[in-house]
Design a binder for this molecule. Structure first.
Ligand SMILES: Nc1ncnc2c1ncn2[C@@H]1O[C@H](COP(=O)(O)OP(=O)(O)OP(=O)(O)O)[C@@H](O)[C@H]1O
Ligand SMILES: [Mg+2]
Length: 255
């Protein structure tokens, strides 16, 4: 559908959410949100606590159903009813902790639910181990052994495992909800490097954070939410950290 290529350039739309509404009881968490991500684009999704950022991406990752609105993926209308469905489309969500199983090994986590099997139905551990180490090395993460448990890894390394998984299974969109929140400066920097790598591989990214210093260098465009409404959708070249900060703390008053 030609209407889904935007800007008249080759920037194709990957996902387009139209007029998304979500209520939690009396809380109007999303009020008619339009949100688009183009191929290979990094979008910074920012806004104060309770603005609706996590709710919006949970609709996209199949965790919540929207009460109203439409979602198009690669131009086709989709009804994302589960996280499995989202993953099958190529949407990987990386939460701070929950995305990984802490008591399983690195390689089990990379293949979770998608394990290669040999003829008798046994998991092919050798190839899982080999492929896991390859995926981790491809993002510059040199971990000692594919058998190490996730609990033994630092926060930054855990994010790395989740991102290596997205790369290995060729995700088209990676959603990171506060990926740097509990990390040391060095680890946060490493996660920002992973994001650059995803972009280089042509993978689109939605990056949610309260830290504008983290998101500003990484993102191509910013979407600002305030109390369930979108108040700005702006290219990096047309804004600054100070402007975004002002928008978040002093949103334009409602009429
Ligand atoms: N499962 C839920 N049940 C009830 N209310 C919810 C639920 N999830 C979110 N909300 C409410 O919806 C609104 C938006 O919450 P959301 O978590 O999307 O905000 P956020 O922008 O991600 O905030 P933060 O930056 O603090 O993570 C808030 O008022 C929140 O209390
Ligand atoms: Mg949130």
């Amino acid at each position: 559908m030609s209407s889904f290529s935007t800007d008249g350039k080759s920037e194709k739309s990957l996902v387009k959410m139209v007029s998304i509404e979500k209520w939690f009881g009396k809380v109007h968490a999303l009020e008619g949100i339009d949100f688009e991500v183009r191929c290979s684009e990094v979008v910074g999704l920012v806004g104060d606590n309770g603005a609706g950022k996590s709710t919006l991406i949970k609709v996209l990752s199949g965790y919540h159903l929207a009460d109203k609105g439409e979602i198009y993926f690669e131009g086709k209308k989709v009804n994302i009813a589960s996280s499995l469905h989202a993953r099958k489309l190529g949407i990987e969500t990386v939460y701070q902790e929950q995305a990984l199983a802490p008591n399983l090994s690195i390689s089990r986590n990379i293949f979770m639910g998608r394990e290669p099997v040999r003829s008798l139905g046994f998991m092919d551990k050798k190839s899982m181990d080999r492929e896991s180490m390859k995926a981790l090395q491809s993002i510059g993460l040199h971990l000692r052994s594919p058998d190490a448990l996730i609990t033994m890894l630092s926060g930054g390394e855990r994010q790395g495992v989740a991102i290596a998984r997205a790369l290995h299974f060729k995700a088209k969109l990676v959603i990171l909800d506060e990926p740097t929140i509990a990390l040391s400066v060095r680890e946060a920097r490493q996660v920002l490097e992973f994001i650059k790598q995803l972009k280089r591989e042509g993978i689109s990214v939605i990056f949610i954070t309260h830290n504008l210093y983290h998101v500003f260098p990484s993102a191509d465009r910013f979407v600002v939410l305030t109390r369930g409404e979108k108040i700005a959708d702006i290219q990096k070249k047309d804004t600054s950290i100070d402007d975004l900060f002002e928008l978040i703390v002093k949103p334009p008053s409602h009429n």
